[in-house]
Design a protein around this ligand. Structure first.
Ligand code: HEM
Length: 305
């Protein structure tokens, strides 16, 4: 029986090498040991043999689709915004007066911590996806470490960010109206846009970054640590390696959504509205911008005044 298993594994590995090329993922273990870890346990061997379950789908996506989709989405989103900038151009609002104080120091610090986290996470994720074009090895491994550092920063920033903004980010009727005119971004004219403190586009970014971000932390941790409690998995009727495969698939698809909206957020805050960055620096947003782009919020502020 042992010989048959070894033969099948050898045949499978030769086939896999033919199919996906040689990918040295981890250094060879010097000796097999079971001390405290499930990674070298016999159950893992058993699970690898159930390749057809999730393994086939994972290898298919990994070999044929993930890179293409990541590149396609990134280039596609950049091209759309380049065209938007050239054809419609940025919105300009008067910055006269003090404006309204909308982002406290705490909110700004948390925001920039999250921004720093993403500025590390997104490019290092790309380096890993396209690792072979960067020569693999040390450089890609370093990117992987930095990806984890960025993730820890995101955990630190993500929790307070979620707590401080989840109430104003809840959906309202304004959001449907906002989507119907795509936030007024398809016209050069200054139009009054139905939105509260945050518009539907900003809300979409918030929820994708928060819910998607936390799901990515969990799936990322599953891939990073890999070591699951086999007894618990057995009770749940789950295989260890299949869990890692599912985690990798979910992580990649969420990564695409987060990347697309991250680029969108940067375009909106750096280019689409002139001077928007200032609000995240000194906390003040121009009255003219709030009047047009967040008309419901403006009415509320005027009532308070
Ligand atoms: C370098 C990257 C980033 C830049 C340049 C940037 C810039 C900005 C600016 C200028 C604003 C204020 C927009 C306004 O009120 O008009 C803002 C708001 C916000 N940012 Fe960022 N940001 C970045 C990264 C991030 C990241 C990574 C997250 C989430 C994890 C995030 C989440 C938010 C949210 C939820 C808001 C409030 C709603 C909105 O304007 O979308 N930002 N950002």
């Amino acid at each position: 029986m042992k010989k048959i298993v070894i033969f099948i594994l050898a045949a499978l590995s030769m086939y896999a090498r033919e199919f996906i090329g040689h990918v040295p993922l981890v250094e060879k273990a010097k000796e097999v040991h079971f001390g405290g870890s499930h990674l070298n346990s016999p159950e893992l061997l058993h699970n690898i043999l159930h390749y057809q379950k999730w393994g086939e789908l994972f290898v298919y996506l990994q070999v044929h689709w993930f890179r293409v989709l990541f590149l396609g989405i990134t280039i596609g989103v950049l091209v759309v915004f380049l065209l938007h900038y050239l054809i419609i151009g940025p919105k300009k609002f008067s910055h006269e007066g003090k404006g309204f104080y909308v982002y406290s120091v705490f909110k700004r610090v948390i925001h920039w911590l999250a921004a720093l986290a993403f500025v590390i996470i997104v490019p290092t994720g790309f380096i890993m996806i396209f690792g072979q074009y960067f020569g693999g090895g040390e450089f890609v491994r370093y990117a992987r470490y930095m990806h984890s550092v960025g993730t820890v920063l995101f955990v630190i920033a993500g929790i307070p960010m979620f707590l401080m903004w989840f109430v104003p980010m809840l959906a309202t009727f304004d959001d449907i109206k906002w989507f119907m005119i795509l936030g007024g971004y398809l016209t050069k004219k200054k139009v009054v846009v139905p939105a509260g403190q945050f518009n539907a586009g900003q809300k979409m970014w918030f929820w994708v970054a928060m819910v998607g971000g936390f799901a990515m932390i969990i799936t990322g941790a599953m891939m990073y640590f890999q070591d699951f409690d086999i007894e618990m998995l057995k009770k749940l009727n789950l295989d260890q390696i299949d869990l890692i495969r599912i985690a990798a698939i979910v992580h990649n698809f969420l990564g695409m959504a987060v990347t697309a909206l991250f680029i969108t957020h940067m375009y909106m805050s750096l280019f689409a509205i002139k001077g928007s960055l200032g609000s995240m620096i000194d906390g003040h947003k121009s009255e003219d911008e709030i009047k047009y782009m967040h008309s419901s919020f403006y009415k509320k502020l005027m009532k308070k005044k």
